[in-house]
Design a protein around this ligand. Structure first.
Ligand code: F6P
Length: 470
C-alpha cells in the first residue's frame, strides 16, 4: 500500500549517503557533504545540491554524529538517513557492513580469499547474515514508505542486494533498478557462498526490473551465476553503464588555490628534475598496493638508472579500519614503503613518498604532477582514478593499468596493461612508461581523457533512469 506521505518520484538507496555529521565537543553537529558519481548524478534531476523534493536519497547513519542527527531530526532536504541500530537493533549495521558486506561479499566479488584469509561460514556468519537481512529490510521499508505511486528506485551496491526483492513484495507498483559498483564474481567462486545465501543474493537483485553493472564482463558473470544457481534471470533486464569521470568538475577543481598550494609542496618533496609515479587508493586489499610497491622496488633494482631520478608518490587512504584485515593491510603498505626507503634512499632522495591522510586537493595536485599513474588492482568494478588522472594531468601521463580493472575495457588501448599479480611485468611496464617519448605520452593522454569522460556521472545516472522507464 502507498503511504499518504509517499512523495518521491525518484529514489536512490545506498549505504553511504551524500552527507555525514560530526558531533563536536560543544554538542553541535556539523555536516560534511561528500562528492562522487552518485552525488553529481542526483544533481542532474534536482537542484545543484540534489534537493529537488521529488528526489530522495535514502542512506544509513554511519557514525555517532549521523545517529545523533537522526535523533534530533536534523537533516538535509532530499536525504533520509536511517538509524539502522535504533531500538532493539544495536550492532546490526556493523554486522551487515563490516561482517557481511566488507568481509564476505567484497572478498567474494574481488576474489580476495586465499590462505590464510579463508571464508568462515559458521555461526558468527549466520548471525551477521541475519543482521544483513534486517539492515536490507530497513531500507526496503523506508523506500516503500517514501516512494510515490510508480516511482523509480535506484538501489546501489552489494550492501543492499536483498532490497529489490523485499521492496518488490512491499510495492509491486515501483520501477526498481539495482546497480553494482563492484565486479561480479565468476560462478565457481561465487558458489563458495552457502547455497541458501547465494540464492538469496541473486533473487534479491532479480527482484529489480533491471540489474546494471559497470562493464559487460561483470554483467555476464552475474547472468552466469543466475543461470547456474537459479536456472535463469527470471525476466530481469541486465544493463551496462560504464561510469566516467566528470571533466568539467575536475578541470575546474584542480585549478583552485588549495590544489596549487599542494602542488608546490609536492614538487618540493619530490625534488627538481625527477619523474613521478603516482598512485591514489583507499587502502584495501583489492587495490594491490603492496605488489605495486614491490614492482617499484624491482624497477629500482633492475633499472638502476632510475635511482635518484624518480619518486613514487603513493596516497593510501585508510578505509574500513574497524576490520583487522584492512588494518593489517594498511600496516603492510607502510612497512614495505619504509623498507624501500631504507634500502635505496640516500641524502636528498626519498624513493617513496607515502601519505595516508585523505586529502582530495592533494590527490588532484598529484594527478597534475604525475608522469606515470599506477592503477594495478587485483579486481575493480571500474576504478575512477584511472579515468581522472588523464583529465587533470598537466603534461600528459602514462597510465599503467591492470587488465582486471573495469576501466581496462575503455582505456586498455592507450594504457600500458599489466597482470596485477605479475610484479616483474609491472616493474617492466613502469620502466617502459618512464621511458616513453613525451609526444607519444601526450597523444595517449588525449585519447585516454576522451575515453574517460565519455559517460559523465549525470549522464550515467539519467541513462539508468531512462532505461528503467523503457
Ligand atoms: O566500489 C564499491 C563501493 O561501494 C564504491 O561505490 C565506494 O566508493 C566504495 O565501495 C566505498 O566503500 P566504503 O563506503 O566502505 O568506504
Amino acid at each position: 500500500m502507498v503511504s499518504e506521505h509517499a512523495a518521491a518520484q525518484v529514489l536512490v538507496a545506498s549505504n553511504r549517503g551524500p552527507v555525514t555529521y560530526a558531533l563536536e565537543d560543544n554538542g553541535e553537529l556539523t555536516a560534511k557533504r561528500g562528492g562522487g558519481g552518485l552525488v553529481s548524478g542526483l544533481s542532474a534531476i534536482g537542484d545543484s545540491d540534489g534537493s529537488d523534493p521529488a528526489a530522495l536519497w535514502v542512506c544509513a547513519a554511519l557514525g555517532e554524529g549521523d545517529r545523533e542527527a537522526v535523533r534530533r531530526g536534523v537533516g538535509e532536504p532530499g536525504v533520509r538517513m536511517l538509524d539502522i541500530d535504533a531500538g532493539s537493533h544495536e550492532g546490526v549495521h556493523a554486522d551487515a557492513y563490516n561482517g557481511i558486506a566488507n568481509s564476505v561479499l567484497w572478498f567474494v566479488h574481488h576474489m580476495l580469499y586465499q590462505t590464510p584469509l579463508e571464508p568462515a561460514f559458521g555461526p558468527e556468519f549466520r548471525a551477521q547474515w541475519a543482521s544483513y537481512e534486517t539492515y536490507n529490510r530497513a531500507f526496503a521499508e523506508a523506500l516503500a514508505e517514501s516512494a510515490a505511486q510508480g516511482a523509480a528506485v535506484l538501489v546501489q551496491d552489494y550492501h543492499l542486494a536483498l532490497v529489490p526483492g523485499m521492496l518488490r513484495e512491499l510495492r509491486p507498483d515501483l520501477r526498481i533498478g539495482h546497480f553494482s559498483h563492484t565486479p561480479w564474481a565468476p560462478v565457481d567462486y561465487f558458489r563458495m557462498l552457502p547455497d541458501d545465501v547465494a540464492e538469496q543474493l541473486l533473487r534479491g537483485i532479480l527482484g529489480a526490473d533491471r540489474a546494471a553493472f559497470l562493464t559487460g564482463r561483470w554483467a555476464d558473470a552475474f547472468t552466469e551465476c543466475c543461470v547456474a544457481v537459479l536456472g535463469g534471470t527470471s525476466g530481469t533486464r541486465i544493463g551496462v553503464h560504464g561510469l566516467g569521470a566528470d571533466a568539467d568538475f575536475l578541470r575546474e577543481r584542480s585549478r583552485r588555490a588549495d590544489v596549487e598550494e599542494r602542488l608546490v609542496a609536492l614538487r618540493e618533496q619530490v625534488g627538481s628534475g625527477r619523474r613521478v609515479i603516482v598512485r591514489v587508493d583507499r587502502t584495501e586489499l583489492s587495490k594491490n598496493i603492496v605488489r605495486g610497491l614491490r614492482a617499484y622496488r624491482e624497477l629500482l633494482a633492475s633499472w638502476p638508472e632510475w635511482r635518484e631520478r624518480v619518486v613514487h608518490v603513493a596516497f593510501a587512504y585508510p578505509s574500513r579500519q574497524d576490520l583487522a584485515v584492512y588494518r593489517d593491510y594498511t600496516a603492510e603498505v607502510q612497512r614495505v614503503a619504509d623498507e624501500i626507503n631504507s634500502e635505496y634512499g640516500v641524502e636528498g632522495w626519498t624513493p617513496v613518498v607515502l601519505h595516508v591522510k585523505d586529502d582530495f586537493a592533494r590527490s588532484l595536485a598529484a594527478y597534475r604532477l604525475a608522469d606515470v599513474a599506477l592503477v594495478n588492482p587485483i579486481r575493480d568494478g571500474m576504478n575512477l582514478v584511472a579515468k581522472e588522472v588523464p583529465v587533470v594531468s598537466d603534461e600528459g601521463c602514462v597510465l599503467v593499468l591492470s587488465r582486471e580493472a573495469g576501466a581496462y575495457e575503455e582505456l586498455g588501448e592507450d594504457a600500458l596493461v599489466v597482470n596485477p599479480y605479475d610484479v616483474t611485468g609491472t616493474a617492466a611496464a613502469l620502466h617502459a612508461a618512464l621511458a616513453m617519448p613525451v609526444e607519444e605520452r601526450a597523444e595517449r593522454t588525449k585519447r585516454l581523457a576522451a575515453a574517460a569522460t565519455a559517460l559523465p556521472p549525470a549522464q550515467w545516472f539519467l541513462d539508468q533512469l531512462r532505461a528503467l522507464e523503457g
